[in-house]
Design a protein. Structure first.
Length: 524
């Protein structure tokens, strides 16, 4: 397999420029990027909402529509991974360290928003906070990844495409003249998104990891930078090894380990909170979510300040669209042998349930501690210290050091899984496939793993997480536009391939003898 130079070098060049800018002129970059982001959100926040709704409707159509039984790779193709391993890899890749941090804290954050809880009682305010936390980690979020996963997978496995890229997924819409330019631009942006997006998770998760290490081993603040360097070094060793070993021997094993530990840990927290309390709260939250679903999905606050929706819903959707290329390539590569219905169900239902378990256990524990006065979580968050807030919560438990150590392992592996999947996806997008089952060379995966690690290290050391987050959110805008192209492309490919069939087959009947000539005519 060869490196696609027209994608590899421009993407690497852009990332180098970003690294240099963050390292040498952070204040100017943060001010400039922040202003651009505020302008984009003010003008195009509605676009994120509209694109998300379209992705959700399209995903439901794929799950229940006439093409629901189309299988990536053809009728006789069998899944490469078990359902548990497959769903686990999707879940851990997307969630990263965010789920651990905001699983505890998002309900508390939401309660602090006057625009959401104005005039409400304390109990009602926390109910609204839990509802919004579930919404931001629910089907609307996971639906963003489904069209791109199916577009890339279908083009690669059913149409015998030459690369696992965004351009391959939208090729059916482009002409020979403009397809190369449009596709290359989309791919370069997608590759940069795939490498930078996990850095946002690191910026969120690093304060928690540092606080946990300090409390477990009683390390003073003077060694804070040293702790972070050691954490990054271990990360590089873990996800570098994982991505080098590949899907079966590396990423799958790391993901499986994390899933087992994480859900046992969340189960223990559920017992501590009280299973009756958890089930009661979750049923209440599910009812509120169902009643308010349309309102939640379409809320833009057009006549208000927009502070809450800009800071939370718009920001979440922008970040998810930045993750879209990473998840699209990764999900496509692990979903061969899966039907459209299975792919949609796996993300809309299974991955959503995983997130809601975290919100139901971690979130209810934080809410219970806040209401009882055991921990003033909102007061700690007012000082901007998320790591200290979670440490304070865990410190209320018996054998708190043990819980901290397990939480440290979970957050650590979550972030490592996201980073190795990022390097894997970037390598796949910058290589030319020799066959639909071929993988990018190991050295290329390691190159992207090192690039991601360097960005993460510099960002942590200079305090540039906010700047990188703003860059990611801005990049979400073109990816939201690309999502419409992806949906149209999937629809066009399916209509063209199956238009003469009275019953839906599982794979178009391409004449392999004509091969490339026939595919080229389809793409014009």
């Amino acid at each position: 397999m060869k490196v696609d130079k027209k994608l590899f070098f421009p993407s690497l060049g852009i990332l180098v420029v970003i690294i240099v800018a963050i390292a040498t002129n952070l204040e100017f970059l943060q001010a400039s990027i922040g202003a651009i982001y505020d302008g984009c959100i003010s003008m195009f926040g509605w676009l994120f909402i509209f694109a998300d709704i379209c992705c959700l409707v399209f995903s439901i159509w794929l799950m229940f529509g006439r093409y629901k039984d189309v299988r990536l790779g053809g009728q006789d193709c069998k899944p490469t991974f078990s359902t548990l391993a497959w769903a686990g890899m999707m879940f851990t890749t997307s969630c990263g360290g965010w789920l651990v941090v905001y699983g505890f804290l998002e309900p508390i954050y939401c309660v602090a928003q006057d625009a959401i809880v104005a005039g409400e009682s304390t109990a009602r305010a926390f109910e609204l906070g839990q509802m919004y936390a579930h919404f931001h980690w629910g089907p609307n979020a996971w639906a963003i990844y489904i069209p791109i996963s199916i577009a890339i997978g279908y083009a690669l496995y059913n149409r015998h495409g030459h690369s696992a890229t965004v351009s391959e997924g939208i090729r059916s819409l482009t002409t020979r003249k403009w397809g190369g330019v449009l596709g290359t631009c989309a791919d370069v942006i997608a590759i940069c998104c795939a490498v930078i997006a996990p850095v946002v998770s690191i910026g969120t998760g690093m304060p928690l990891l540092t606080a946990l290490v300090q409390n477990i081993f009683n390390v003073p603040d003077t060694y804070r930078t040293t702790i972070q360097i050691v954490i990054l070094a271990i990360w590089i060793a873990i996800f570098g090894t994982s991505v080098y070993l590949g899907l079966n021997k590396g990423i799958k094993r790391l993901s499986n380990t994390n899933i087992v530990i994480a859900f046992i840990f969340m189960g223990v927290f559920g017992v501590i909170v009280g299973l009756v309390q958890v089930f009661s709260a979750e049923i209440n939250t599910a009812g509120m979510f169902a009643q308010s679903f349309i309102r939640l999905s379409t809320y833009t606050d057009p006549y208000g300040s927009g502070g809450f929706v800009r800071g939370w819903t718009f920001g979440y959707w922008a970040c998810y669209f930045v993750y879209m290329p990473l998840m699209g390539v990764f999900n496509a590569k692990i979903s061969k042998g899966r039907t459209f219905r299975q792919i949609a169900f796996g993300q809309l239902v299974l991955c959503t349930l995983g997130c809601w378990v975290a919100m139901g256990t971690f979130g209810n524990f934080a809410v219970k501690s806040q209401i009882s006065g055991a921990v003033d979580v909102s007061g700690i968050l007012a000082n901007g210290d998320e790591g200290a807030a979670i440490v304070a919560l865990v410190n209320t438990l018996p054998a708190s050091k043990v819980f901290m150590f397990v939480l440290l392992a979970i957050a650590f592996i979550f972030l490592a899984t996201t980073m190795d999947s990022s390097a894997f996806a970037a390598a796949e997008m910058t290589s030319i496939q020799r066959g639909e089952d071929s993988l990018a060379p190991r050295w290329l995966r390691l190159v992207w793993a090192i690039v991601a690690a360097v960005i993460a290290f510099i960002v942590v050391q200079v305090g540039g997480a906010k700047a990188v987050r703003s860059v990611c959110y801005i990049a979400g805008l073109p990816m939201a536009i690309v999502s419409f192209l992806v949906m149209f492309s999937v629809y066009k490919m399916l209509r063209k391939d199956f238009r003469r069939k009275t019953q839906i087959p599982f794979m178009p009947d391409y004449d392999l003898g004509e091969g490339k000539q026939k595919l080229d005519s389809d793409h014009t």
